[in-house]
Design a protein around this ligand. Structure first.
Ligand code: ATP
Ligand code: MG
Length: 436
């Protein structure tokens, strides 16, 4: 498309005291022609684009035209290097509302949505409205997930994924990386229990306390040495059986994940404000996800709302990153919701492996959506996302529902439009407005 910078002739008009309009001087300026790509680079806010693919998000605040988004389509055309999205903004700006709209509108075009952890319980009504599934996990509840049953259908390939999952769970409860000897002890315990038709965490914990004599993977270690190596693991994993998370992950699953469901939400609001419980629950649920998606073909959003709470757990971030690496193979677009980019700093100090993981997550998000930011976050946001100065200066002035959409080759300021039905369904402000 060629876009004209203006009419070929610009005529300057001057008003004379008599009130008549006269044209005393004509300025003849050459027309300026450039391709859409050039204009898009020179005037990123002004170059409109046709809205032909993807779900309608809202209005492009600079062109007044519609703005659509489909990460798979943009990835297919090479505009995005990956389909993942990071969305950051201060509280109450409409981040979750945008994620819910993207989800619901994508479902209308045959996509699926998975919310592997909903700490506020605000996604359940959305899932119910689209005929999806809500899995509610709470202490004393009736729902139980077995993190080890996900790969039960294929025992030959189950050992590695189960071991990685157990490692992440143990590292979360112990709040440290496992030592080499502990990896060996966990490996031996898993080997002991995996011949069972339905291995569970209590089986693993029992095998850690009393290692079997003939464990092939023990590699010549004595059983008493294995028991010694697995002592901390035993106590760490026992928390999932006897501690505050008892009854949630310590037996056969009461629910099967249906990969064909339009939306599946893991409602974790019953776990309260315990970030560690949240990380453990999401780690357990990630085993499910891997299993369910292995044979699935539909494109899928995986939405990490309130991801900043997960970023406090290094093993959870490590797992998240491993799953993101697989996202293209599974046709997944991940959406990670933060308050500010500096939430990523919570993972670890600069130079550490943990921090590299967090930076990797951000690097794996080709689309960056920034809602309003506090002024003390502007410099860090600009650096982290590579924003230009005018883009940075916009951030503190953005209103609710309006965000800066930064993609590798173009930037938009988009006002997200909610329909009346969506407004009612996505409302998280009701409690604030109630008059008592
Ligand atoms: N584009 C929009 N137009 C009109 N109202 C909106 C829009 N986006 C969000 N809202 C309303 O603003 C309120 C807060 O939105 P939302 O819960 O999505 O914010 P949030 O950024 O996710 O907040 P938090 O950080 O607390 O999770 C909701 O009641 C929602 O209905
Ligand atoms: Mg929210």
């Amino acid at each position: 498309m060629n876009t004209r910078g203006g009419t070929a002739t610009r005529t300057a008009a001057f008003s004379r005291p008599s009130g008549r309009l006269r044209l005393p001087v004509s300025l003849r300026l050459p027309a300026h022609r450039a391709s859409s790509a050039t204009l898009g680079a020179a005037y990123p806010f002004l170059a409109g684009r046709p809205c032909t693919t993807g779900a309608l998000v809202g209005m492009d605040a600079m062109t007044g035209g519609p703005f659509c988004f489909d990460p798979w389509a943009l990835y297919a055309t090479g505009e995005l290097t990956n389909p993942n999205v990071v969305l950051a903004g201060v509280i109450g700006q409409g981040k979750s509302a945008l994620a819910k709209s993207l989800a619901v509108r994508a479902i209308a075009t045959g996509r699926r949505v998975y919310v592997p952890g909903d700490p506020k319980g605000e996604w359940a009504p959305v899932a119910e409205a689209v005929g999806g599934v809500v899995v509610r996990l709470r202490a004393g509840g009736t729902t139980r997930l077995n993190p080890l049953d996900a790969h039960g259908a294929d025992p030959d390939h189950a050992h590695g994924p189960r071991l990685r999952l157990l490692t992440a769970l143990a590292e979360t409860t112990l709040r440290r990386d496992l030592r080499p000897a502990e990896h060996g002890a966990l490996d031996a315990a898993m080997t002991t229990v995996e011949h069972r038709p339905q291995p569970t965490l209590p089986h693993v914990v029992a095998a850690l306390a009393e290692p079997a004599g003939s464990s092939r993977r023990a590699g010549g270690t004595t059983t008493s040495a294995l028991a010694e190596d697995g002592r901390d693991l035993f106590h760490g994993l026992r928390r999932l059986i006897r501690g505050d998370l008892a009854g949630l992950f310590d037996g056969p699953s009461t629910q099967v994940l249906d990969a064909s469901a339009s939306m599946t939400v893991l409602d974790l609001s019953g776990l309260g404000s315990n970030d560690e419980a949240l990380a453990l629950a999401m780690t357990c649920a990630s085993g499910w996800l891997e299993h369910a998606l292995a044979g699935a073909t539909a494109k899928r959003w995986v939405i990490y709302d309130e991801a900043w709470r997960l970023l406090r757990s290094v093993p959870a971030v490590r797992r998240m990153q491993a799953q993101w690496k697989l996202s293209r193979a599974y046709g997944i677009a991940n959406l990670m919701i933060l308050h500010r980019l500096s939430d990523l700093d919570a993972v670890g100090a600069a130079g550490t492996e943990a921090r590299a993981l967090a930076d990797g997550l951000l690097a794996d998000c080709s689309t960056r959506i920034v809602y309003r930011q506090e002024s003390d976050q502007l410099a860090a946001t600009q650096t982290a996302l590579g924003l230009t100065a005018p883009e940075r200066d916009l951030l503190p002035a953005l209103g609710r529902g309006t965000g800066l959409w930064k993609m590798p080759r173009r930037t938009h300021v988009v006002h997200h439009h909610l329909t009346g039905a969506e407004l009612a369904l996505f409302d998280t402000d009701a409690a604030m407005r109630e008059v008592t």
